[in-house]
Ligand binder design. Structure first.
Ligand SMILES: [Zn+2]
Length: 354
């Protein structure tokens, strides 16, 4: 139970149901138990594909209108190319998502495992064109770019990362520096992009570089979605970070990365850890069982981080879903979905869209 207003700005849905409940009940449990003012679901090109994921999340917003969502793109041909089937280019997909009622766009395209099959170019003209549109519209983006630097180093990478396929030092991925360079070029080309770099941009060990980006790009923020490693950096440099977050309170948001089908209690636990870190001076076991000491920020600075930055950037209320647009989107992109996915979606479509 969190005693004040807070928004979980970074969650995902990867399935429709688990043994206990469906995707809607799981997150509504989190909303209730964590006393969330709202939550934001970031769509992803999951196993069912981005089109299906956007639809699931659109239906979630219909069921619970006090829910924000960031839509994802489906790259129907990979590596990324300009020659996609007519009507499936990213600018068209972006316009459709906005019309349906998405509150922003989630881009996972900068994570090495996503970037590699796309052709390892974060600034491909097809992407650049949609960055231009989003920059012009002031659309909020949650952008995952790179990963912790240790994921490239076989002597430092954790076994669970390797198991997840997140070791990038085998020569088939871009280097950490190269992805970082592409990200800097992207920001340079689109200096007004309203982008939130997920996971503190993995800069826990070099916050001065992040601060330089804040200075240069007024619309750039980060989220504190773990990334356990960044919390180790925060703890090791407690006093420094206490000042850092106070100084940069307008640039930071909270998210759990809570993902369905994981159980509700994990999301609730994580939100509690994040809240205590910002709003109390509690020293407790947190990520990786390591001690994390709260930085105890208060007043307007605390409010900025807990909810105000998200509302300021995305809107004081979630956008409503346009049912006709969502239905048309389903009809248009159904042919890119597997039979199994369609079998899962159809009953929900009928229930919510008629
Ligand atoms: Zn995430």
């Amino acid at each position: 139970m969190i005693p004040e207003k807070i928004i979980d700005t970074h969650m995902h849905i990867e399935a429709w149901d688990n043994d206990e409940y469906n995707f809607i009940d799981c997150f509504e449990g989190h909303r209730e138990q964590s006393s969330l003012a709202s939550l934001n679901i970031c769509c992803l090109p999951t196993a069912q594909g981005a089109f299906a994921n956007n639809i699931m999340v659109g239906l979630y917003k219909l069921a619970h209108p006090n829910t924000y969502a960031h839509g994802a793109f489906d790259h129907v041909i990979m590596p990324i190319t300009e020659n996609v089937p007519e009507g499936t280019d990213l600018v068209t997909q972006y316009r459709e998502l906005m019309e349906i009622g998405f509150d922003g766009i989630k881009l996972i395209e900068g994570k090495p495992t996503a970037l590699k099959p796309l052709g390892n170019n974060l600034n491909h003209p097809a992407l650049d064109r949609v960055y231009t549109e989003m920059e012009k519209d002031g659309t909020h983006i949650v952008f995952h770019i790179k990963d912790p630097e240790t994921f490239w180093d076989i002597s430092k990478v954790e076994p669970w990362c390797i198991e997840n396929g997140w070791f990038y030092g085998d020569g088939t991925y871009l280097s950490y520096e190269e992805i970082e360079k592409q990200a800097y070029a992207l920001l340079e080309a689109h200096p007004n992009l309203k982008v939130t770099l997920a996971h503190f941009f993995f800069y826990g060990e070099c916050p001065e570089r992040l601060e330089a980006l804040f200075e240069k790009y007024p619309n750039l923020c980060v989220d504190l979605t773990p990334g356990c490693e960044m919390y180790h950096s925060f703890e090791a440099n407690h006093d420094y970070y206490k000042d850092f977050f106070r100084r940069n309170s307008e640039r930071v948001m909270l998210g759990t990365d809570g993902t369905f089908p994981w159980a509700t209690k994990g999301h609730v636990w994580c939100m509690d850890v994040l809240y205590r870190f910002i709003a109390t001076s509690d020293a407790r076991k947190a990520f990786d069982d390591a001690i994390l000491t709260g930085i105890n920020i208060d007043g307007a600075e605390k409010e900025n981080i807990l909810w105000r930055n998200f509302e300021r950037r995305v809107g004081a209320k979630p956008k409503p879903i346009n049912k006709e647009a969502l239905k048309a989107y389903y009809e248009k992109y159904k042919k890119y979905m597997s039979e199994d996915t369609i079998a899962h979606i159809e009953p929900h479509i009928k229930m919510y869209l008629g």
